[in-house]
Design a protein around this ligand. Structure first.
Ligand code: PTJ
Length: 249
């Protein structure tokens, strides 16, 4: 990476994330609009105090329960996710276990190949995405392509940084949709079954943590965790937390 950011810089972590995105852009992983999407995410992260809120942790626990209950769980990754958390996604997929599929909003064959190769380099086995042979119902755009044995046949799908339309289309196909989105007001956040309002760099390892904690639990306990989660109350709690920050000092 080009800039030598000193570890002592108070915003070191945040600046390093920018570096990873910029480097991912130069390697052809990240779409140029992915840099803009990251900026929006950064602004919301600032408002959240750049930490995992207790409600986001509860969402991670519910998400882990759903992924463990799933018959065909799939983790969908795009350019930003690969640039930021390739190794962490592979680790999570191994723990569940789940398939990984590269699925893009700005789809080109070149980016799909680069991203699948990067996920394989990170240790991913059988990473899907190159052989898109099915379509997400109702999406008349290249973002509708997916693999039959991946997202198309999944019952539970984790889609970090997802587009609102596609999130709705996946739900309309009867899938349980878990998303990670720093913007609690986004259509995706409101449409998903579980929304982790948190940074993908914190939330993917947090789901892995809960997978390990919950793995030995009975199906009945997992079902209880799943059914207790109320996404719209979770989003309200995040918004209250953000508002309370403006009232401080
Ligand atoms: O790689 P592609 O072609 O699939 O394109 C990926 C992007 C992200 C460009 C595409 O999916 C897109 O345009 O996404 P949106 O509609 O801008 O939504 C991205 C959402 O992710 C926004 O609500 C951001 O606030 C949020 N976000 C950005 N960075 C992070 C994030 N959420 C969690 N962690 C982040 N690091």
């Amino acid at each position: 990476m080009s800039s030598n950011i000193p570890r002592s810089h108070p915003r070191y972590e945040s600046l390093m994330m920018r570096e990873r995105l910029a480097s991912g852009f130069h390697k052809g992983f990240v779409h140029e609009t992915g840099l803009i999407a990251h900026g929006r995410g950064e602004a919301f992260d600032y408002l959240l105090g750049e930490e995992t809120l207790p409600v986001a942790d509860r969402a991670s626990k519910a998400a882990a329960a759903m992924l463990l209950l799933a018959e065909h769980p799939v983790i969908s990754v795009n350019g930003n996710v690969v640039a930021l958390v390739a190794e962490e996604v592979v680790d999570l997929a191994n723990r569940i276990p789940a398939k990984i599929e590269v699925n893009l909003f700005h789809r080109t064959s070149d980016r799909v190949h680069r991203l699948v190769s990067r996920m394989e380099e990170a240790g991913g086995k059988g990473v899907l995405g190159r052989n898109a042979d099915a379509r997400i119902d109702g999406l008349g755009h290249d973002r509708g392509w997916c693999e039959k044995k991946g997202i198309f046949e999944s019952d539970v799908v984790l889609v970090p940084l997802e587009d609102g339309d596609r999130c709705q289309a996946l739900r309309d196909m009867g899938k349980t949709v878990i998303t990670i989105d720093l913007n609690p007001l986004s259509r995706t956040a409101k449409t998903a079954d579980v929304t982790l309002v948190d940074n993908v760099v914190r939330s993917v390892p947090r789901i892995s943590f809960w997978i390990d904690k919950l793995k030995a639990k009975s199906e009945c306990d997992l079902l209880k965790l799943r059914d207790e989660w109320d996404n719209s109350s979770g989003l309200d709690m995040v918004l209250k937390n953000i508002c309370s920050r403006f009232q401080k000092d």
